[in-house]
Design a protein around this ligand. Structure first.
Ligand SMILES: Nc1nc2c(ncn2[C@@H]2O[C@H](COP(=O)(O)OP(=O)(O)OP(=O)(O)O)[C@@H](O)[C@H]2O)c(=O)[nH]1
Ligand SMILES: [Mg+2]
Length: 212
């Protein structure tokens, strides 16, 4: 059970010697074409969400490095599938954001094809972490992605991020509305803040269920 209010604790997940050490992390490759994907020889978790929602920041918080993944206040920063290797046993994949209107249409289509192919056919992909801004309602593209992942049978985990921007009461209200919109129980999502680190431990516990 992921407690929606759970404070971020210190230490790792408590899964004993099998816990992944996310601090052991390095950048592996930037992938622009399906043919460039590394061999599917390890479990993998991908991070998806709208442009500028905080995907790259979330990965930095997860691995406790400020600058491993480039973060930007300008949307559209991440333009490839960026592969990181954690603890020599798990790939973390930072995906380009969707829904940024200023990206040329042809480029958007190419990204979409690359990402769709990847999400649909990558055999080692254990979980897609879908990140949404807790302040916003359910956006059409997020719901489309969630619905499509369910339809293709790809396991997913919702993360409601930027929760530092809301009071506790507002967080609860927004989380309940998002749960209803996505058709989730509180056990199927994590409240998170890259700014405060809140929810990091819950995220690790949730990911362990997919990868350990
Ligand atoms: N307050 C607050 N700001 C955040 C949080 N997460 C991300 N941000 C800010 O949101 C902006 C976008 O963050 P990124 O991590 O680059 O977002 P992204 O989803 O990777 O963006 P693209 O790669 O462009 O799709 C940056 O200015 C971050 O500092 C959070 O939890 N709280
Ligand atoms: Mg990014």
């Amino acid at each position: 059970m992921i407690c929606p209010d759970g404070a971020a604790g210190e230490g790792e997940s408590g899964a004993g010697s099998t816990a992944i050490n996310y601090a052991r992390i390095h950048f592996l490759d930037s992938v622009h074409k399906t043919a460039q994907l590394p061999p599917a020889d390890l479990p993998e978790v991908a991070f998806a969400g709208r442009s500028n929602v905080g995907k790259s920041s979330l990965i930095n918080t997860l691995v406790r490095r400020r600058t491993l993944v480039k973060v930007s206040s300008k949307p559209g920063k991440t333009q490839a599938l960026n592969f990181f290797l954690a603890d020599d046993r798990l790939y973390l994949v930072d995906l380009p954001g969707y829904g940024y209107a200023k990206v040329p249409k042809g480029m958007q289509d190419a990204w979409q094809r690359l990402i769709t192919d990847y999400l649909e056919s990558r055999v080692s992909l254990r979980c897609v972490v879908v990140i949404v801004d807790i302040r916003h309602g359910v956006k059409v593209q997020d719901l489309e992605l969630v619905t499509w992942l369910r339809a293709v049978g790809r396991p997913l985990l919702l993360v409601y991020t930027k929760c530092d921007k809301l009071s506790r009461n507002q967080q609860q209200r927004q989380a309940a509305a998002l749960d209803a919109g996505f058709g989730l129980t509180p056990a199927e999502r994590v409240l998170f803040s890259s700014k405060t680190g809140e929810g990091r431990e819950n995220l690790i516990v949730a990911l362990d269920r997919f990868v350990v």
